[in-house]
Design a protein around this ligand. Structure first.
Ligand code: ADP
Ligand code: MG
Length: 320
């Protein structure tokens, strides 16, 4: 006999193994009851993953559990927040216990890594849809925002760019490297890095839609523009090989799904930030600077400006 909705919640969601002291009441009542620590502000974000849009119907449920939480935690990372709680709204076509167990395993493993407790949710029947809301804390007034970039700020990114995009291009290829596949399937939210940058960075965003698009949001919100040096973009060996072979910078510039952080830092704090970044396992790379002219210019090593081809950046323009 299939599980009832109540049994399903009891079995898979009532006790995910994490017990935070600030959760007075978690899964099981009409609402969760929570304590926000004194002096902190609550930071909240929600993301929805829809089958056929964000993932394929044969996607590994364990990876899906990881990724659907990871993309939310990445938003908290971009605010410099410390994660605390999550709610999960699941719409399922049927009760598939094997699928649910694997999904919960992927979710819980990442949640435990970052001390996140599942505090509630909703379970309904329908086309597969995963909606997660993540909650975290920042010191009052200290959140890293998109609208804080200032003239002269240096622009940095964590990790490497374009890996997830390259994995997507090669999706289904047997020889796709495990590294690229994991960059697409199991992004690691840069939470420690985001928190460490509070008080140092003027602005931050996570790169979910591609560097140009997301840095564009910082620029628009802050009323500034930017120049990037494409040779400085941090890229894995796989992505470098692709760029060389195709003379095409679109992967690190405009492919999405990398979930790295893009931040801006005042130049007088360059040394401090670079010293701090020596402790970042993922690295932190300076890629450009904030300017007054609106728009984003991409310069090649020879100083030439890359021609912007809608929607991506594809090749060099002839004029210097
Ligand atoms: P109600 O009908 O009062 O909204 P539900 O039957 O939907 O209550 O949920 C019962 C309890 O189980 C609530 O505490 C809710 O937050 C929790 N819950 C339901 N679905 C999930 C889920 N997918 N993940 C986590 N908690 C869930
Ligand atoms: Mg409900």
């Amino acid at each position: 006999m299939p599980l009832s909705e109540f049994e399903l919640i009891q079995r898979f969601f009532a006790n995910s193994g994490m017990h935070r002291a600030d959760v007075k009441l978690g899964v099981g009542d009409d609402c969760a009851v929570l304590n926000v620590p004194t002096g902190k502000e609550l930071v909240v974000s929600i993301d929805t993953l829809v089958e056929g849009v964000h993932f394929l119907n044969d996607s590994d449920p364990k990876l899906l559990g990881h990724k659907s939480l990871a993309v939310n935690l990445s938003d908290l990372a971009a605010m410099g927040a410390e994660p605390a709680w999550a709610t999960l709204a699941l719409t399922l076509p049927s009760v598939d216990e094997k699928w649910l167990a694997a999904f919960c395993q992927g979710f819980s493993c990442l949640a435990a890594t970052h001390n996140v407790q599942l505090i509630g949710g909703d379970t309904t029947r329908g086309p597969l849809n995963i909606s997660i809301q993540a909650h975290g804390f920042v010191d009052a007034g200290a959140a890293l925002r998109r609208d804080g970039a200032q003239l002269g700020d240096l622009i940095y990114v964590t990790g490497t760019l374009g890996d997830a995009g390259l994995a997507l291009q090669g999706a289904g290829h047997a020889n796709l490297s495990a590294f690229l596949q994991s960059r697409l399937d199991s992004p690691m939210p840069r939470l420690a890095e985001g928190q460490a940058l509070v008080g140092l960075a003027h602005a931050a965003i996570d790169i979910s839609d591609g560097l140009i698009s997301d840095l564009g949001h910082i620029c628009d919100a802050s009323g500034v523009g930017a120049t990037l040096h494409v040779e400085d973009l941090p890229c894995s060996q796989d992505v470098r090989t692709y760029i060389k072979a195709n003379d095409d910078w679109s992967l690190p510039l405009s492919a999405g799904d990398d979930y790295e952080l893009c931040i801006t830092v005042p130049p007088e704090r360059q040394r401090e930030v670079e010293q701090l970044a020596m402790g970042f396992e993922c690295g932190l790379t300076k890629i450009g600077c904030i300017e007054s002219d609106s728009g984003i210019r991409c310069l090649a090593a020879n100083g030439r400006q890359l021609k912007q081809l809608s929607p991506g950046y594809e090749h060099f323009s002839s004029e210097g």
